[in-house]
Design a protein around this ligand. Structure first.
Ligand code: E4P
Length: 226
């Protein structure tokens, strides 16, 4: 499973990137509105951090098919081959998918709330679909089940489209979609850090430290090889 960072806060990306096996970044209009002073500069910094290797999923702001395809082309020219056009799950967006794919542009269909929307996007040729787990949970639906249903449908119909589960608020949601076979998740940097946390891990390390220094003081294990 791939882990992406759902943020345009390049400072927090920089802090986390050396430590985690990150496959890319995702943004949407809300994220860029909140986290970016200058969209061009933010994208340039994200490109530098991606180093041509990590995926950058950036959402088009246009609503009609022709404008979606134009924006996707321009964004690909700006970002490069690691760019994925995030296209909203609308009628116009659905039509834009094969047109973008014909021009060699990767497509991630976003704002997915039902398995049927995901199936339509997959049949249209999307590389990824992004179901919104927490937003589903908040309308008394079940985001994790929707992800599982989408994974199953793609398997049944032998589609190459991958599920990039999005909109998470806690570790349990991330774990649940991982165990359902989601191909990728996108999480904010705070939640990414929480994926590692367990108080007993910290406590165990404290205990090791206490026991070691009681016996060997400030010597390291490698000092004792000499
Ligand atoms: C990412 O692709 C989505 O746009 C994002 O995860 C939505 O998250 P939110 O529900 O926390 O806004």
């Amino acid at each position: 499973m791939k882990i992406l960072l759902d943020t345009a806060n390049t400072k927090s990306i920089e802090e986390i990137l050396p430590y985690f096996p990150i496959a890319g970044f995702t943004t949407n209009p809300t994220i860029l509105s909140k986290e970016s002073e200058n969209v061009r500069e933010t994208l340039l910094k994200m490109m530098e951090l991606a180093n041509g290797k990590l995926m950058i999923h950036a959402q088009v702001t246009a609503a009609d098919t022709a404008a979606i395809v134009e924006q996707a082309k321009e964004l690909k020219q700006f970002i490069g081959d690691n760019f994925y056009a995030k296209i909203p799950m609308t009628l116009q967006g659905l039509r834009a998918i094969p047109l973008c794919k014909a021009q060699g542009i990767n497509c991630t269909v976003t704002a997915i709330f039902t398995p049927m929307q995901a199936l339509m996007a997959g049949l249209a040729g999307a590389d990824y679909v992004a179901p919104y787990v927490d937003r589903l949970d908040n309308i008394t639906s079940n985001g994790v089940n929707v992800v599982k249903e989408i994974v199953d449908l793609f398997h049944i119909y032998n589609l190459d489209t991958q599920v990039l589960a999005a909109s998470f608020k806690n570790v349990q949601q991330v774990y649940n979609v991982a165990s359902m076979g989601a191909h990728a998740v996108t999480v904010n940097t705070d939640l990414c850090m929480k994926l590692l946390f367990h108080p007993y891990t910290d406590k165990s390390l404290e205990d090791f430290e206490i026991d070691w220094s009681a016996r060997f003081r400030n010597q390291e294990i490698t000092d004792l090889l000499k």
